[in-house]
Design a binder for this molecule. Structure first.
Ligand code: 3PG
Length: 394
């Protein structure tokens, strides 16, 4: 954006790394183009500034050195063409040179098909760098991967900078976690504690309230001495949960425990289910959602928050009988946001829940990142961001 404002992109060859890794159905058609939409501001900005624009991305996890039809970015190039109302050619075999003129926009075929991409090969990175005057990393969703198009090229390109989406994502996450309006509430939910333990430990240091749900909650219930029947949980990690509870307790923060839950004998939408007290779960039952009293309690906690970070549904929201807890939380976050809280959400299931309950316009920021969003919450340095910071320092 700053380069464009200063007129420094006019006539320049600009290589944009976007994250156009979109979900597709069995026929290969795009099922959600949010990442494509989110990549357009950078592309439009570079074109408006008079640059010759090349955009590349990975799509899926292809084997390097071959391009199967299912790995091609053609479907993405077509969609970008539709959205921009112009022809958007897809360039194959682009590593050794790309024919592109100021005002042109081309998509460079799936970068993960290039040999050396994933291991961030130096020679390949230099070839990428030689293609452009300016390298722009706008792929927040891939910022946790140290590959040649995300990290290597940034070391060698004449100029390397973040694109508008990357900047927006980092700004939103930094605002939520580094200088939050308090109270700061985080919802960390999902099936396994093991996959989110680092997030829980990192966030416990920062938040005023930590709401957990799903299998994660079940393990916390075990840690607090409750019987959870045959609910999904990881008993091996009870001690780790206790450590998280201790961090929270030490700083006067809370992890609200449920008072009631929705339990069923089988993991199925049509399994008979019942609302029961948290201590009344039978040995042959499993917890599949928080109960209505708990949902009210959590909603109250959220409505008074100044900042909310949301990752993960608190129940099996894909099945109607177990969706009400997540629905209540989604509305509470939306209401808090309506009243001035800053809310940020990310992760595949969370975004699906937001769409399902129609609150997408009432969340301050919805991240395009999956793994990258989670690694930021873990407090990890994202390699693609770190290399841009190094370049900026110089
Ligand atoms: C994602 O979808 O999370 C990113 O595009 C990264 O994809 P990857 O997990 O295949 O690296």
């Amino acid at each position: 954006e700053k380069l464009a404002e200063k007129g420094l992109l006019a006539g320049k060859r600009v290589l944009i790394r976007s994250d156009l890794n979109v979900p597709r159905n069995d026929e290969g058609a795009i099922t959600n183009d949010a990442r494509i939409e989110a990549s357009l501001p950078a592309i439009r900005m570079a074109l408006a500034a008079g640059a010759a624009v090349m955009v590349t991305s990975h799509l899926g996890r292809p084997k390097e050195g071959q391009l199967l039809p299912a790995d091609s970015l053609q479907v993405v190039a077509d969609r970008i063409g539709e959205l921009l109302g112009r022809e958007v050619p897809l360039v194959q075999n682009w590593v050794d040179g790309v024919d592109v003129k100021p005002g042109d926009l081309v998509i460079l075929e799936n970068c993960r098909c290039n040999v050396g991409e994933k291991k961030c090969d130096e020679a390949l990175s230099k070839k990428y760098a030689a293609l452009c005057d300016v390298y722009v990393n706008d792929a927040f969703g891939t910022a946790h991967r140290a590959e040649a198009t995300t990290v290597g090229v940034a070391r060698f390109a004449p100029i390397a900078c973040a694109g508008p989406l990357m900047a927006k994502e980092i700004d939103a996450l930094t605002k939520a976690l580094e200088a939050p309006k308090r109270p700061l509430a985080a919802i960390v939910a999902g099936s396994k504690v093991s996959t989110k333990l680092t997030i829980l430990s990192n966030l416990a240091e920062k938040v005023d309230r930590l709401i957990v749900g799903g299998g994660i909650l079940n393990t916390f219930l075990l840690a607090a001495g409750h019987l959870i029947g045959k609910s999904l949980a990881e008993p091996d990690l009870v001690d780790e949960c206790k450590k998280v509870l201790a961090i929270l307790e030490k700083k006067g923060a809370a992890l609200p425990m449920p008072v009631d839950v929705v339990a069923a004998k089988a993991f199925a939408a049509d399994a008979p289910n019942r609302v029961c007290g948290v201590d009344d779960v039978e040995a042959d039952e499993m917890i599949l959602d928080v109960g209505p009293e708990t949902a009210k309690l959590l909603a109250k906690e959220l409505r008074s928050a100044g900042t909310i970070v949301w990752n993960g549904p608190v129940g099996v929201f894909e099945m109607a009988p177990f969706a009400k807890g997540t629905e209540a939380l989604a509305y509470a976050i939306a209401e808090a946001t309506d009243h001035g809280a800053f809310s940020i959400a990310g992760g595949g299931d969370t975004v699906s829940a937001i769409d399902k309950f129609g609150v997408e316009d009432r969340i301050s920021y919805i991240s395009t990142g999956g793994g990258a969003f989670l690694e930021f919450l873990e407090g990890k340095t994202l390699p693609a961001v770190a290399v841009l910071e190094e370049r900026a320092d110089k």
